[in-house]
Design a protein around this ligand. Structure first.
Ligand code: SF4
Length: 314
């Protein structure tokens, strides 16, 4: 039996804009079991990256609660928060932009040790070489600069840096979407191997359901600041209930598909979170919408054990 490493309750983040509120994240709750992956899938503008920034406390929430390793993240004093945060790291969508371009690969990976004043020069160098070996980057690149590496190698460096402080949770924010399809599987395999070897927990953010299928124990589908469906991976892919999830699955048959095309099969564009539709937020694009959907917001509820969905049809 796994224990929960992360519990998120009714998390909200509203950004003020022109006298209104942009409800980027609007009441999201979930838990993450230790050593497992929760995939969060949604279009750009759905709020999934805002969830990542809220969990890392890079931005303040409007309301809600995040418990990490049994501690309430938003109630901790600064010093304890710093210690706890070294257990959470992030891997970014664009590996090149996430690295310091003027620092060598070795120096980039060494940064977490320097910032946290860990080890002397020779100990840190040894650790950096170990990490490079762990993620499959040749030691020959120790003195190279990020621009001299391929996108896949840059992402491996980003992963090495994220692993430096031995975190328990890594938030992977679209870590393969900027990479060639042939490289994506290699990075996913590396992340899976690291998870097994180090009992890592991941939140894996993607806009493509195919990308998260193999790595995730649970998958949540997000739309305009809310989860619309969440279930164990096999249940979600074999028995999708929300029309949006079904459309996403129809649109993305495999990892080979271009993730950018994933949403073409869904009519229209995601509405602005500044003016979300009344009733069900998906009603402007849903081919099953009925009058009730335009005025009454569907409740997000458990319809099968562990399977949550928000839709009047279900
Ligand atoms: Fe479609 Fe209505 Fe279900 Fe929303 S509640 S997804 S509009 S059927």
């Amino acid at each position: 039996m796994h224990k929960n490493i992360l519990e998120v309750q009714d998390l909200k983040k509203y950004f003020p804009l022109s006298g209104k509120q942009v409800k980027a994240v609007d009441g999201v709750s979930f838990s993450l079991e230790e050593g497992t992956t929760l995939g969060i899938v949604g279009e750009s503008g759905s709020g999934k990256s805002t969830i990542a920034r809220l969990i890392l406390k890079l931005i303040e929430p409007t309301s809600g609660k995040v418990d990490f390793l049994g501690e309430s993240l938003y109630d901790l004093p600064q010093k304890e928060l710093r210690t706890l945060r070294s257990n959470m790291q992030m891997i970014f969508q664009n590996p090149y932009l996430s690295l310091f371009p003027h620092l060598s690969i070795g120096d980039n990976i060494e940064q977490p040790f320097i910032i946290n004043r860990l080890g002397n020069d020779s100990v840190r160098r040894e650790k950096v070489l170990e990490l490079m070996d762990l993620v499959g980057v040749s030691k020959d690149y120790y003195h190279a600069f990020p621009h001299e590496l391929s996108g896949g190698q840059q992402q491996r460096v980003g992963i090495a840096r994220a692993l430096a402080l031995n975190p328990k949770l890594i938030i992977c924010d679209e870590p393969v979407s900027s990479l060639d399809v042939s490289i994506q599987a290699q990075i996913l395999n590396l992340l899976e191997k690291l998870q097994k070897d180090r009992n890592l927990s991941y939140i894996f953010i993607a806009h493509n359901l195919a990308v998260v299928e193999h790595i995730s124990k649970k998958v949540a589908v997000m739309y305009l600041g809310k989860f619309v469906e969440c279930a164990d991976t096999a249940e979600l892919y074999n028995n999708p209930l929300h029309p949006y999830t079904k459309a996403l699955l129809e649109a993305v048959p495999s990892l080979e598909a271009d993730g950018g095309k994933a949403f073409e099969a869904i009519y229209g564009e995601i509405p602005s979170p500044l003016n979300p539709p009344k009733g069900c937020r998906f009603c402007t694009r849903c081919k099953y919408a009925k009058p009730e959907c335009l005025s009454v917001e569907p409740e997000y509820r458990e319809v099968n054990p562990g399977h949550f969905v928000a839709c009047h049809l279900v």
